[in-house]
Ligand binder design. Structure first.
Ligand code: M6R
Length: 612
């Protein structure tokens, strides 16, 4: 959740590190800091509570020269966000500086051990303990790499770290266990980061570190080993997107940019994978496991947050169109419930970042239990993408806004493709139906464009409701998860309390909340659920709730029941969650901006949740 940047090379690195940290701020942003080795081999540290721009006001970039440095943006786990707990953390002599993502679970034990050796601590962080532990081992054996390896062999928990040592100024040492870390190879320079977004400005050639590995980096060479000292050879990989893709491109916020990118993003998800005439789908990444998928007795889908909502839609799709019993699990619960997993089970992991710690932990458990594992992931080369048996990338492009938007709809599109692939093979979808779905699929980007063109209508509704204190979102069938997603979007960026429910559940409790101050958003497509939804709307109207509907373009009947309507083009049921989500994304975006909230970096949240 925090971000790491490091540099060793021929340039003055402070500006580069600051630039990289700004690109990573979406991952965590309660404090930031840098440590720069100057020409006298002194470590200069600046750190500050708040965002990177607060940190920048602490120094004059021109005054601080140095060709080796590390930096960090923090999302607090141990110790409140303040200047002292910000990273880099040093050992008590100031010799070793460490930036760290993750949690060292046994830090209290390690701290006690060091205190017995007269080590003193000034922060509340687990990272300061690690810095001192490295120094402790460095004092014993005077070898930087060995000291880091020995220290890490004592550590329990997750980490991605970068370490500077003023006694060994020609090296940065990095290591990872459960928290992403990679380095980019430039000409006579190496840039380290927890996320490719901070590397891409310098080079597109990257090496991903795996769990249990450590790399010793010099400006012109590197060496990777396991923590247990075995040599590792690793191929260089190319990053497949450009810097423009991770910049705002004229939009006020990343979230708005990403909402508006959905027509192209969705097209990228299905491009080259479906025959529009026949509906035949080929997902290259699933070739090795497709027989397992076709013969699965049961599919389990697991994920967190928005990706979990996509999983719920997937459950409807697999059961309705493929007739495969499907279960959805919160990834964070999966491994703690002693899951009953058979070898014939296929478990699908959905993740935008591919780094979510809970999802990764569930994946490890699923593999341990012998299931076939499949990823639906956005971030290419991410930990989950590499750990699954097989997978399909959603190709949504980098998603920077903390609130997931385009990744969600692209996850839904990936699930449609998998559904069609299985349905065709099992014969649970007729050829005629396949052809109809394939023809409609091709129109989805254009239909999303039509919705985007109506964004001012959604903005108008947002203005009306920006001061509401609560919201209810209701939907049925495939659109029940869309209601959950609409509510999540609103609460995470506008801090308005919102809940999603299956529309019929409302009368079993939530209806008690309804009065003239309660806006209720109904997802009301013209499908088999329509009449029931109308009855549910009547129940709310009778209690004076305000009705906002997401309704199909040509549905005039809905005018009689709605105070406000958000229109979407007509489509087939399998695509309705995609189209219906988009007005809800706009609604939450415009409510949040009208309230003056920072939509790209909402409080307490981070883009990639790499702690359990
Ligand atoms: O990167 P992932 O898809 O694994 O992330 C899962 C959730 O943390 C994420 O969807 C989160 O709920 C978003 N902030 C929702 O907008």
């Amino acid at each position: 959740m925090c971000g790491i940047v490091g540099y060793i090379g021929n340039r003055n690195c402070l500006g580069l590190i600051i630039d990289g940290l700004k690109r990573l701020e979406y991952r965590g942003y309660d404090s930031a800091g840098v440590a720069i080795l100057d020409k006298n081999n002194d470590i200069n540290i600046y750190k500050k509570k708040g965002k990177v721009k607060e940190l920048e006001s602490e120094f004059n970039i021109e005054d601080l020269s140095g060709h080796t440095g590390i930096g960090h943006t923090r999302w607090a786990t141990h110790g409140e966000p303040n200047d002292i707990n910000a990273h880099p953390q040093t050992d008590m002599s100031g010799n070793i500086a460490v930036v760290h993502n993750g949690i060292i679970e046994n830090f209290k034990t390690l701290k006690k051990k060091l205190e017995k050796e007269n080590y003193k601590f000034v922060s509340d962080t687990d990272t300061e303990v690690l810095a001192n532990l490295i120094q402790y081992h460095f004092k014993q054996n005077n070898n930087f790499e060995t000291a880091v390896r020995y220290a890490l062999s004592e550590v329990e928990g997750a980490y991605g770290i970068a370490v500077l040592n003023r006694s060994v100024p020609d090296k940065i040492i990095i290591a990872r266990n459960g928290s992403p870390l990679m380095f980019g190879l430039g000409k006579d320079e190496i840039i380290v980061s927890s996320d490719a977004a901070a590397i891409i400005n310098v080079t597109k050639n990257v090496i991903y570190l795996e769990d249990g590995e450590i790399a010793v980096l010099k400006y012109d060479s590197f060496q990777i080993k396991t923590i247990t000292d075995e040599d590792i050879f690793r191929e260089v990989q190319r990053i497949d997107y450009d810097i423009e893709e991770i910049e705002k491109g004229g939009f006020e916020h990343f979230m708005l940019k990403e909402i508006c990118e959905q027509p192209d993003a969705i097209q990228n998800t299905y491009r080259g994978r479906i025959n529009f005439q026949t509906g035949d789908v080929k997902l290259g990444g699933l070739e090795t496991v497709k027989d397992k998928l076709f013969n699965a007795k049961r599919i389990i889908i697991t994920a967190c947050g928005t990706a979990w909502h996509a999983a719920l839609v997937g459950e409807y799709m697999f059961e309705e169109y493929c007739r495969i019993p499907t279960e959805v699990e919160y990834a964070s619960e999966f491994r703690y419930k002693n899951p009953i997993i058979n070898k014939d089970d296929v478990i699908i992991f959905i993740s935008q970042s591919g780094e979510t710690a809970d999802t990764m932990a569930a994946l490890k458990e699923a593999k341990r239990l012998g299931a076939t594992t499949i990823g639906i992931v956005n971030a290419v080369g991410s930990s989950i993408a590499r750990a699954v048996d097989a997978g399909t990338y959603i190709h949504a492009g980098p998603e920077i806004g903390v609130a997931s938007t385009k990744a969600f709809t692209c996850q839904l599109m990936s699930l449609v493709l998998i559904t069609l692939m299985i349905g065709k093979n099992k014969g649970t979808i007729s050829d005629e139906n396949l052809m109809e779905i394939a023809a409609e699929l091709k129109l989805i980007p254009e239909k999303i464009r039509e919705i985007i063109e109506r964004k001012n209508d959604f903005k108008f509704i947002a203005e009306e409701f920006k001061d509401s204190r609560n919201f209810l979102y209701l939907g049925r069938g495939l659109n029940f998860p869309v209601a959950l997603e609409g509510a999540l979007k609103l609460k995470e960026i506008s801090y308005i309390h919102a809940e999603g429910y299956p529309a019929a559940e409302m009368k079993h409790g939530p209806i008690a909340l309804i009065d003239e101050n309660m806006p209720v958003v109904f997802i009301a497509p013209k499908d088999s659920t329509y009449d029931k939804i109308i009855s549910n709307i009547e129940e709310i109207k009778a209690r004076k709730g305000k009705i906002i509907t997401v309704a199909t373009q040509d549905d005039n009947e809905i005018n009689n029941y709605s105070d406000y309507i958000m229109r979407v083009p007509k489509t087939l049921p399998i695509f309705s969650p995609i189209l219906n989500s988009i007005p809800l994304q706009f609604l939450s975006y415009y409510i949040a901006t009208a309230r003056g909230c920072n939509v790209d970096q909402p409080r307490n949240l981070a883009k990639s949740v790499t702690v359990e």
